[in-house]
Write a protein that binds this ligand. Structure first.
Ligand code: ARG
Ligand code: ZN
Length: 852
């Protein structure tokens, strides 16, 4: 059944406290719940409706200690209803006792076991698999929890109250919805720290890991302390409990979860050592620790009224973690990385059958909406808002947001109203960014006459499912002008595009400047402009805005690849020459040069071609990209070799921005050089590097060349028992494999006994890698589609969330040629026909099929 935003109704009862008494056992956990509640309207009696999954075995149910007349109690599907006639008109206590089976829970939603550790995941609707409850984010109350088990560590939300042999009691004084409930029980050890808040509260910090993993948790702890300080300094937000616990588990459907005072993390986002984690892993750990911590205010203290408002907490929290990373590392590099992710994942989503607005107005399964659009585009929308109202306006609005809505379950309307009230700006048109799907295309033409430059801008947003017509939006376009000698003649200025067509004029210019447009990627749009290769190369050399400068190089590369893919030989001349000038310039920082040396991914080329109404040919794109990489290597071998040799890592490993930038540049050089040295350097580097970043970089190069056998065996011997490293081992073999062999390799790997596919990380390592190998997934014979569909069908009954998320590998299927489309459709229809297909996969697959 489809749920609609328009159908929102407040819950007819107020809760004043929830008490849980949970006796943990692998197959028979007993949950006793007491909920103090009261009807909101004593005169108009409402039925009491509680959510409860099919797995709850109901023992007893009482109201104020007495069993209600069974005639008024009904259990239908996932809802338990107690008729109004059986309820008091004033405050009462509902008590239930249920039994659940955590061991049988392979969906990792609700209470489950991960390698002997009891843990929970309740967002979005997991709590209903623990007990009967109003499982919706606008029902908030304080929780008192008693856990009973022989396991040594027993954790829940809030502050510890008391404990004894075999039990522990916790109290969370902050009212919260049940999706923020958590418990953990297991044999765990803590890496401990502490933090004193600005107002003097001493907070005990614990990162709980499995014994033996203690030496890989320090970085997470340090990241947490940095996050706590940053949120005080930048947003004035303090922590509000005596303890902050982080727990790592190996089986987790997503990255991590912001449960109040008890964050639970996928172990890959906590555990790191130089020997086992890459620079990218470190950066991601720092960012996700921050993200979950920041949720304490943007998500927990202020939560969402309903799940349609998910981007209220996720977009804002992503925006905040992006700001944090910019402050901890290089702001320019972070911006470029974020745009790369947005274009690769969100633009692709917007182009296809799964397109939806940051605030959707309908869904069947909310877990299908934890998407790049809700998260990353949700963050972009806030970045635009900040640019439109200015930094001060943003700060005032945020202060008002926290003051006005602390303790609330809020909406996007509340959020926008705060900005209107704090800044006086009308955000009526701006709101379309939240309600309308699709990526606007901004087309710019220039007119030059007598010292006046006119920019003619047009905006259009292609139709998306259910939204055929798109009115104009407010688009902040940051731009500048660069004079012919390379000097900036107009520093960054923001044009506000509000109409379908609009012109802007710049007068009294001596000579015709080059326009630097969309600086800092000031809006999530596709920019179309006529710019020849020499003007792009000019911007790459002279633009003062790091993003725009990098993007000019990106444009050059994309046009070279698009031409190459359509059979044009030697299309990359301008790009190759421009990169040569950049490489030789020691004044440019290593991180920036590394970013410029990375060619656009094949997926990105396909998205680019599709936006230009060209059917992408995966094999041709692959060949064009390989050819361009080879051209770059051949043209610049001496300087690449010099960079590679000079940037050898020396001294102890540091995951910080400077050292990782050097490694990134060195590996970018290695990847190009490996196109012409037969893999010799990569072979040596793999054997000698002291850190995982360089080992993985070298290994990927060897896999691409089909000569990784020895290196792979060595890695397996060394790390066979380290799950996180073995995930990388599975992944690289498929992701970097030549397209002709990738599906066969994936098939072989999937048959290995250590392909523990019920573990989400391991499943994603293999299947996600195949989906990311563009020419392999879209193999002309349909083998990539079939292999993926087979595994989705196997996964769906075991873990529907994981199956449904992975099914988005097919979201671009309609872009391709008729033959591929027929094969992809067949694969999707095979999934759709599966008996008792989950609601998760069924929604995804039917939306995708409908697009064909
Ligand atoms: N709120 C979490 C985060 O963004 C994501 C958890 C979502 N889990 C899920 N099963 N949908 O940090
Ligand atoms: Zn989040």
């Amino acid at each position: 059944p489809v749920q609609y935003l328009a159908d929102y109704r407040p819950y007819p009862f107020t809760l004043s406290e929830t008490r849980l008494d949970i006796t943990l056992a692998p197959t028979g956990t007993r949950v006793r719940a007491e909920i103090d509640m009261q009807p909101k309207d004593a005169r108009n009696a409402a039925d009491l409706m509680l959510d409860g999954g099919a797995g709850l075995r109901l023992g007893s149910l009482t109201i104020d200690g007495a069993a209600p007349d069974p005639a008024f109690v009904r259990r239908e599907g996932e809802v338990l209803t107690i008729g109004a006639a059986a309820l008091p008109r004033t405050a009462f206590t509902l008590a239930t006792e249920v039994e659940i089976d955590p061991e049988a829970n392979t969906a990792f939603e609700g209470l489950y076991l991960s390698n002997g550790i009891f843990c929970t995941q309740c967002e979005a609707e997991g709590f209903r698999h623990i007990t009967f409850y109003p499982d919706r984010p606008d029902v908030m109350t304080t929780f008192r929890v008693t856990l009973r088990s022989d396991l040594p560590v027993l954790l829940s939300n809030g502050n510890p109250v008391a404990s004894g042999a075999g039990w522990a009691e916790w109290h969370d004084p902050w009212p919260k919805p049940c999706y923020l409930f958590a418990l953990v029980a297991g044999e765990l050890v803590a890496v401990r720290g502490s933090f004193t808040t600005r107002s003097g509260r001493e907070v005990a910090l614990n990162v709980w890991v499995r014994p033996g993993d203690e030496d890989r948790a320090d970085f997470a702890l340090v990241s947490l302390i940095k996050s706590m300080r940053w949120d005080e300094e930048v947003y004035g937000r303090e922590y509000d409990l005596e303890v902050f616990n982080i727990v790592t588990v190996d089986d987790f459907n997503m990255g991590a979860m912001e449960n109040k005072g008890l964050n639970i993390f996928n172990s890959k986002l906590v555990l790191a050592s130089p020997e086992t984690a890459t620079d990218a892993d470190y950066e991601r750990i720092e960012a996700v620790i921050a993200h979950e911590y920041f949720h304490n205010w943007t998500g927990n203290r202020i939560t969402c009224r309903d799940w349609f408002q998910l981007c209220l907490k996720e977009g804002l929290t992503v925006f905040r973690d992006q700001q944090f990373t910019s402050d901890m590392r290089s702001a320019a590099v972070k911006r470029i990385e974020d745009v790369q992710v947005l274009r690769a994942r969100q633009f692709r989503e917007d182009q296809g059958p799964l397109a939806h607005p940051p605030r959707p107005d309908r869904f069947e399964e909310i877990n299908n909406f934890y998407t790049a659009t809700v998260y990353e585009k949700g963050a972009e929308v806030i970045g635009m808002l900040k640019r439109l109202v200015g930094d001060e306006g943003y700060a005032r609005a945020l202060d008002l947001y926290f003051a006005r809505h602390d303790g609330d379950a809020a909406t996007i309307e509340d959020w926008l109203k705060v900005f209107e009230d704090a800044t006086g700006r009308d955000l009526g048109q701006f709101k379309r960014w939240y309600t309308d799907a699709g990526t606007p295309v901004v087309t710019m033409t220039e007119e030059w006459q007598d010292g006046t430059l006119a920019l003619h801008l047009r905006q259009e947003t292609p139709p998306t499912p259910g939204q055929p017509d798109k009115p104009a939006r407010v688009i902040p376009l940051a731009m500048g002008l660069i004079g012919p000698n390379g000097d900036e003649v107009l520093p960054t200025t923001v044009l506000e595009l509000t109409e379908p067509r609009q012109s802007f004029r710049f007068e009294a210019l001596g000579a015709r400047p080059v326009v630097s447009m969309l600086r800092g990627f000031s809006a999530p749009v596709m920019l179309r402009r006529q710019l020849d290769d020499s003007a792009r190369a000019f911007l790459l050399a002279h633009d003062t805005d790091a993003f725009a400068r990098w993007d000019a190089g990106r444009d050059l590369a994309l046009s070279a690849l698009a031409a190459g893919a359509s059979g044009e030989a030697g299309a990359g001349g301008a790009y190759v020459a421009a990169i040569g000038r950049l490489l030789a310039d020691e004044g440019i920082d290593a991180a920036f040069r590394a970013l410029c040396l990375q060619l656009p991914s094949e997926e990105e080329v396909a998205t680019h071609l599709h936006a230009d109404r060209t059917v992408p040919d995966p094999a041709a794109i692959h060949a064009a990209r390989e050819a361009l990489a080879r051209d770059l290597a051949e043209a610049h071998e001496p300087v690449l070799a010099e960079i590679y040799t000079r940037l050898r890592s020396e001294g102890p490993y540091s995951p910080g921005a400077t050292a990782s930038a050097d490694r990134a540049l060195r590996l970018a050089a290695l990847h190009l050089l490996s196109r012409i040295d037969g893999g010799e350097r990569a072979e040596i580097l793999f054997g000698t590097a002291g850190n995982m970043t360089e080992r993985m970089g070298a290994l990927a190069a060897l896999v691409r060349l089909g000569r990784a056998e020895r290196a792979l065996a060595a890695m397996r011997d060394e790390f066979g028992s380290n799950r996180l490293v073995m995930d990388k081992w599975f992944s690289v073999q498929v992701m970097a494999a030549p397209p002709e062999t990738a599906v066969a390799i994936a098939r072989e790997l999937a048959a290995r006994p250590d392909f523990d596919w019920k573990n989400p990380n391991r499943f994603r390592a293999l299947m996600g890698a195949l989906a990311a190998n563009h020419p392999a997934f879209h193999a002309a014979d349909g083998s990539g589609y079939d292999f993926t569909a087979d595994w989705l069908m196997r996964m769906d009954p075991v873990n529907p969330q994981i199956a449904a998320r992975m099914s988005s590998a097919f979201e671009t299927w309609v872009r391709y040629d008729a033959d591929r489309r027929a094969r992809a459709r067949q694969a999707l229809e095979r999934i759709a026909a599966l008996e008792s297909l989950s609601r998760n996969s069924s929604e995804m697959v039917s939306r995708m099929i409908a697009a064909g």
